[in-house]
Design a protein around this ligand. Structure first.
Ligand SMILES: [Zn+2]
Length: 369
């Protein structure tokens, strides 16, 4: 994530802190000072925030360690002002595994809470009656409260928060994975709305969390649908096989003319039948500016991708779009097609239609018509 700062590597997992987190520390420090706090009070507040986020980091390590047991690696743990995120390489699709991974985080806070409780019991932390002011004065008591709050908060079934993942895992053991995700995501969005409204009156931090839940629920549900939609399909199934291409020595103004007339955004360049690379729309504009109208097409090639095999599963093609939104398909050294996010989307629509139509008997289809 942009604007995040790598603070170290623990058990093979990078720990990153987002710069806005530093802003949070500054804000807490300054607001304590402005409300008349001494230097000691400011340090105490900052120390408390750090202890709170240490609890969050340990929570995230709980997820990471549980995921590791199922052979899933964690890319990094990112600390944001609204909490932590353990970015797993993938989500376990087995509902039982997802349940364990999701529950492992809050369980860590239960353990921390248990330790704090035992410590407070031994060292007389509960000797005076507990009210808001003793709660705020006693560092350890406050940390205990915060850890218990973390447990309760994370168990709210607002997908993609932990409780929502537990909910999806339970749903997925009764219905198919896509439907379970969609249901959990809708419930999550419902909670996001409630949280946003509550945050408006009570705590702006809740509004941020609500936005995070709203967008996270949508994008995860979509990712699951795409993954399901491309199941069993290969690059060949989703490639554009009718397209124009140009020779390496064709002048760029000719390529531009072709792009205008056909609307084709990605133009392959060949030399005596050999595929050299692709001129994307932006490459073409850059090339014209940089090299001029009469320069040969090969000078404007933006990407010279190795190309993918037509039998490559489509689910493995999708991550490649992060590097380039056009993937040439090469068979026996020849360019036979182009796969783009749009062509994949179209293939998925076709599949959905086919699936829908095949799930009805001929009589039912007639009834629907
Ligand atoms: Zn968690």
């Amino acid at each position: 994530m942009k604007g995040s700062w790598n603070v170290g590597r623990i058990a093979g997992i990078d720990l990153k802190i987002h710069l806005t987190f530093v802003l949070l520390l500054v804000w807490v420090g300054v607001s304590t000072m402005l409300s008349g706090g001494t230097v000691g009070a400011v340090l105490g507040e900052l120390l408390f925030i750090l202890a709170l986020f240490l609890s969050v980091v340990l929570h995230e390590f709980g997820h990471a360690i549980a995921a590791k047991r199922f052979g899933i690696a964690t890319k990094d743990i990112l600390l944001l002002p609204i909490g932590g995120v353990a970015r797993l390489e993938q989500m376990p699709e087995d509902p039982k595994q997802e349940l364990v991974v999701a529950a492992a985080g809050p369980i860590v806070n239960v353990l921390i809470g248990g330790l704090l409780f035992a410590g407070l019991l031994v060292f007389g932390g509960f000797s005076q009656p507990i009210n808001i002011s003793t709660l705020m004065d006693n560092f350890w008591l406050r940390l205990l409260t915060v850890n218990l709050t973390l447990v309760l908060f994370n168990l709210v079934p607002a997908f993609p928060m932990d409780g929502g993942r537990v909910l999806r895992a339970i749903l997925a053991s009764r219905m198919n994975y896509v439907k379970a995700t969609r249901t959990a995501a809708n419930i999550g969005r419902g909670f996001a709305v409630l949280m946003g409204i509550a945050g408006f009156f009570w705590n702006p931090w809740l509004i941020l969390t609500a936005i995070f839940i709203w967008s996270g629920a949508g994008s995860e549900a979509q990712a699951v649908e795409v993954k399901e939609g491309v199941k069993g399909l290969t690059a060949r199934d989703a490639m554009i096989s009718q397209f124009y291409q140009v020779e390496a020595n064709q002048p760029l103004d000719g390529v531009f003319q072709l792009a205008m007339e056909t609307g084709q955004q990605n133009i392959p360049v060949l030399s005596n039948g050999h595929f050299l690379g692709i001129i994307r729309r932006q490459d073409l504009l850059d090339g014209l500016n940089r090299l001029g109208n009469r320069a040969p097409a090969y000078g404007a090639i933006g990407i010279e991708p190795k190309g993918i095999d037509p039998e490559m599963p489509l689910k493995d093609v999708l991550p490649k779009f992060a590097q380039s939104r056009v993937q040439p398909v090469i068979e026996d050294g020849k360019l036979i097609g182009l796969v783009t996010p749009e062509s994949v989307q179209q293939r998925m629509w076709l599949n959905q239609r086919l699936r829908k139509n095949s799930s009805y008997s001929p009589q039912e289809k007639k009834d629907i018509a």
